[in-house]
Design a protein around this ligand. Structure first.
Ligand code: PMP
Length: 297
């Protein structure tokens, strides 16, 4: 699909209960979701026409909605079925799926108690989140000046659109300075995650360390990769990680539905060489998602 804008494509989008032609999936400019960020979404990947961990994503969408004080207009089972319908209608083989639920335009103001809840699901063919070159050498990240908020400041466990305001600011700033992405600390100054993926560090003790997800998403990929690492006999430690420790890491990688397992080659002045553990978990993740094995090494 190349650079074709997302509003101007062929295909079908599931919108409030039915498939509609792609270009007709519109909403009003006075939607509460647009003005007040009362919107939650998911990012899913289809491999070989089958969505990886579909029900976990549909459940997280419902949980995110609840954290924002509303319920989806249908059950998690219905979301699963609708998502499969979208995949089939668009003949997606390897692609990305984006469900989103938001408060509509019945009321305008901070309060939107009786606004309708809308749900749309789109899907498109899609490859790698980072370029193949960046993935081979490892992506380059800088620490963002923006910090993940405290659980008392935002519904931090929801995949809610409003929480991405600081992610876009962080990523734009990093890209403007020639980096691929930003590493975000949390409100306490502890290492948190990237702008759309979780982070893992292979430390000199031979164990895989990852921050405790107490103020950011405990990613579905994060949990999958922790399981894969343990199945390989690697110790995985979830703990507080301070930014001063990052330079000691032997390997660093990101995990996320879009990012999959992405090697990190640099964070600020610290350089890392993607090696054995990153490669092994990349391959194991490919296998568990049903992808072809790309490299033998
Ligand atoms: N953190 C953020 C901010 C994200 O946007 C994502 C992607 N959803 C993740 C972590 C990873 O989550 P998952 O593995 O469930 O895609």
């Amino acid at each position: 699909m190349g650079t074709q804008p997302y509003h101007d494509r062929d295909g079908f989008i599931w919108y409030d209960g039915a498939l509609v032609p792609w270009r007709d999936a519109k909403l009003h400019v006075l939607s509460h979701g647009l003005h007040y960020a009362s919107a939650v979404f998911e990012g899913e990947r289809a491999y070989g026409g089958k969505i990886f961990k579909l029900t976990e994503h549909s459940q997280r969408l419902a949980d995110s909605a609840r954290l924002l004080g509303f319920s989806l207009p249908c059950s998690v089972d219905d979301v699963d079925r609708a998502t499969d319908e979208v995949i089939r209608a668009n003949a997606i083989h390897d692609g990305y799926v984006r469900p989103i639920a938001w408060r509509g335009s019945e009321m305008m103001g901070v309060s939107a108690q009786s606004s309708k809840i809308h749900l749309a699901i789109a899907a498109w063919d899609w490859g790698s989140y980072f370029t193949e070159e960046a993935r081979l050498k490892g992506i380059r990240m800088r620490t963002s000046p923006w910090r993940r908020p405290a659980p008392e400041s935002a519904p931090v466990h929801a995949k809610a659109t409003g929480l991405y305001m600081i992610c876009t600011l962080s990523k734009h700033q990093a890209e403007a300075e020639g980096w691929h992405d930003a590493m975000m600390l949390d409100w306490r100054g502890q290492v948190a995650e990237a702008t759309g993926a979780n982070i893992f560090l292979l430390m000199p003790d031979g164990r895989l360390h990852t921050p405790v997800p107490d103020c950011f998403l405990d990613g579905i990929t994060r949990r999958t990769v922790i399981g894969l690492a343990r199945a390989r006999g690697l110790d995985v430690v979830e703990r507080v990680i301070m930014p001063e420790e990052v330079g000691h890491a032997r390997e660093v990688f990101l995990t996320g539905t879009a990012a999959e397992v992405t090697p990190v080659g640099q964070i600020d002045e610290h350089r890392f060489t993607p090696a054995e553990v990153t490669r092994m978990l990349t391959e194991d993740y490919r296998a568990v998602t049903g992808q072809r094995q790309v490299q033998a090494a």
